[in-house]
Design a protein around this ligand. Structure first.
Ligand SMILES: C[S@@+](CC[C@H](N)C(=O)[O-])C[C@H]1O[C@@H](n2cnc3c(N)ncnc32)[C@H](O)[C@@H]1O
Length: 240
């Protein structure tokens, strides 16, 4: 797999760079998410959450500012949700939102590395991750950690950005993501590099059947993938 780092010239590991990048953009992250996805990010997360029912012990990997954990808490009122992320600044904003929504008894946020989870085997019956796995330094390690902490028959759902195909959409997408997106990132988040890393990391990341194979190699079964919004996002589902 071709690994893309936010800054190819830096000596820092991808993980250190990713953590620093999200720490830096954290205050503008939610706003930019809404703008760049044209409001579709809520719809994509709702599609992921719809995969779960009767799930009680949920882990939200790469929870960021906790949007997925918060939406999951509303759909699964009986669930206890733990959100983990490496970026302390993203978590701080998530914590404010959790407290503001009076969801503290339901959602716990903690700093942790998805590639080295601080949980015992078979701890959760549902694991979710939205727009996080693409940033892992070691994808197979991250997926095998998800498999380890999920109980037998537990469900996994991953949302990840992908590249739409088709002779009209593909050039449009390429223009938007490599030209417009970094410009918007610069204007609204003061960080062109972070929003140039975004399309580069999408292009380098295994998509569709390629990610399905990684999930199968990590031990998951019933692995399926569903393109959403003409393939700009893909929902992956699996069972342990
Ligand atoms: C694009 S944000 C997604 C946040 C959130 N899930 C959402 O839907 O908005 C990606 C997040 O992945 C986190 N991340 C990247 N690598 C990670 C790792 N190895 N362990 C935990 N979190 C990680 C980043 O810190 C960042 O908050």
């Amino acid at each position: 797999m071709n690994t893309v780092k936010p800054n190819a010239h830096s000596e820092q590991s991808k993980k250190e760079q990713v953590e620093g990048m999200f720490d830096a953009i954290a205050p503008r992250y939610d706003f930019l998410n809404r703008v760049l996805s044209m409001g579709l990010d809520h719809y994509w997360r709702a599609k992921l959450i719809a995969y779960f029912n009767n799930t009680h012990k949920v882990l939200d990997i790469a929870t960021g500012t906790a949007d997925l954990a918060i939406a999951a808490a509303k759909k699964l009122p009986k669930a206890q949700i733990i959100g983990v992320d490496i970026s302390q600044e993203m978590l701080k904003i998530g914590q404010l939102k959790v407290a503001g929504g009076k969801l503290d008894p339901t959602i716990t946020l903690q700093q942790a590395d998805a590639e080295n989870l601080p949980f015992e085997d078979n701890r959760f019956d549902g694991i979710m991750a939205a727009f996080g796995v693409r940033n892992f330094e070691n994808l197979p390690k991250g997926l095998s950690e998800m498999h380890r902490v999920l109980e037998k028959n537990g469900k996994l759902a991953i949302l990840e950005l992908s590249e739409p195909q088709g002779f009209l959409l593909k050039p449009l997408y390429t223009f938007y993501s490599f030209m417009i997106l970094p410009l918007l990132g610069k204007i609204f988040a003061g960080n062109r590099e972070a929003y140039l890393y975004l399309p580069k990391s999408i292009a380098a990341f295994p998509q569709g059947m390629a990610l399905v194979r990684y999930l199968q190699e990590a031990g998951f079964s019933q692995v399926a993938h569903t393109p959403l919004s003409f393939g700009v996002v893909t929902l992956y589902t699996a069972v342990k």
